[in-house]
Design a protein around this ligand. Structure first.
Ligand code: PRP
Length: 224
């Protein structure tokens, strides 16, 4: 018998929406998964041929791209930031909706429209998304110097690390609480099912029905 399929899912806010979706697919993690005190990272499920790992969002893409996990759930922000050729993203799961935006201090905001940016040749930006940030500014003929942070980007402007940040925005509450305003939206985001391309070929008998089950589960929710 082959090894169980490894399904990588992200910690954080996608997880709450992913669990009901997994239930509709017929995958229920073992009880320990829901134990907040558990330090376990890998979990059995009700399906003997599927295990779950719970990792940081960016690491979901890394595990799946390298084939250490065969399938995963992650935001389209992560898929686009890494642009891994080994990843196949066949299903928009219609959960985890948010946007990737540029923000600046309220009052100091120069605006990020083409007219304001026409004056600029260079910007410094704190972000977890250097690739998408550079691409966004390059399209306007501006060179972006990215300061890579892994969280709490919103602190950067008030502490003089950078005037601008590029980060995820959902309700906008974090920006408001830190005196920032959104000046442009780079992309709308939702969670995607991702699959390792090589695994999809080699284990298609297991993976193709699973991908179809996710597709159906998304459709069921849409129709509800
Ligand atoms: C994300 C993001 C923002 C915040 C935006 O962080 O980085 O800080 O959510 O959400 P809002 O617009 O609803 O306030 P998250 O809490 O997921 O944690 P992270 O900083 O570890 O990414």
């Amino acid at each position: 018998m082959s090894q169980p399929l490894i399904l990588a899912i992200p910690k954080g806010r996608i997880l709450d929406e992913a669990l009901p979706l997994l239930a509709r697919v017929g995958i229920e993690p073992e009880a320990d998964f829901h134990d907040g005190k558990s330090r376990a990272l890998r979990f059995a499920t009700n399906q003997p041929d599927v295990s779950i790992i719970r990792v940081r969002a960016f690491d979901v893409a890394t595990f799946v791209a390298h084939g250490a996990a065969q399938i995963g759930i992650v935001g389209s922000d992560v898929v686009e930031e890494f642009d891994y050729s080994e990843l196949y993203a066949p299903v928009d799961l219609n959960i985890g909706h948010c946007r990737l935006s540029v923000a600046e201090p309220d009052g100091l905001a120069t605006g990020n429209d083409a007219a304001s940016n026409a004056m600029l040749s260079h910007v410094r930006v704190a972000t977890k998304y250097p690739h998408l940030t550079r691409k966004h500014y390059e399209a306007q003929g501006i060179q972006a110097e990215c300061v890579k942070l892994n969280g709490a980007m919103e602190l950067a402007p008030s502490l003089g690390l950078s005037l601008r940040i590029v980060d995820l925005v959902s309700s906008g509450a974090t920006l408001r609480a830190n005196g920032l305003v959104e000046t442009s939206v780079i992309m709308q985001i939702s969670a995607r099912l991702i699959v390792n391309r090589a695994a999809f070929k080699m284990r298609s008998a297991e993976l193709a029905p699973l991908v179809e089950a996710f597709r159906r589960a998304v459709g069921v929710r849409d129709a509800a």
